[in-house]
Design a protein around this ligand. Sequence first.
Ligand code: BTN
Length: 267
Amino acid sequence: MSFQSEETELKNTKWIGKEVYSFDVIDSTNKKAKELAEKGCGSGSLITARAQNAGVGRRGRSWTSEKDTGIYMSLVLRPEMDTERVSMLTLVAALSTAKALEQFLKDKNHIPHIKWPNDIVINGKKICGILTELSLKDSDIDFVIVGIGINVTNSSFPEDIQNTASSILLECGVEIENKLLITEIWKAFEVYYDRFLQTQDFTDLKQEYESYLINKGKCVKVLDPKGEYQGIARGINQKGELLVETETGFLEVSSGEVSVRGIYGYV
Ligand code: BTN
């Protein structure tokens, strides 16, 4: 059973969330965003839910989405850019989420970090994941969905993610009001997205992104389907790829097929 409310417009943003579709329980906000985008909803439309019963994660995984313990939301964008640049939007979303969270947590001495490309971690535990999906029309971008899931007040997690996942409440002892955090994330996104669009790459955002990058200067294991290797993460390039220094030189790692871990675990 789903309930749709129309009274949740974001008040302090310029163009994101002027149309908000809020649901009580749905399968996945990304899926609903796709349906609405296919019916023609505008860029900046936001879909939120109090719970998801089929939340989707990256690489075909599911996303635990219990009622009222987290934020589950998806943004519809209709950018005019080459398709190969879309993967960078997920880094823009991660930067926006880290920046917004920092405002709520800095007094508590907790710093949110980004695990490349787009997980948000606190105390080495994942508290947020981002799934960006692209839909094409005649080989041009029709729309992009940026889905963000944040563990806000969860007190426990399924066994398979117990060691890597956590919530803001568990890590920081702070209960942030969902609406405030949602607004700050999209306010930040509006600013970073504008800056990103100037060059359609990370020229201007690289330094700020790297200031949150937990992998920077650390030894990482790159899980490439063509063969696993290790190196030291040095930062990102203008395309948002991770620069990894290996024994044979620098490699540019793009997020498509590859995932990156710390050598002893998740980060
Ligand atoms: C990841 O695997 O790290 C990405 C998780 C993305 C989860 C969010 S929750 C809101 C939106 N709806 C979904 O079904 N998935 C994304």
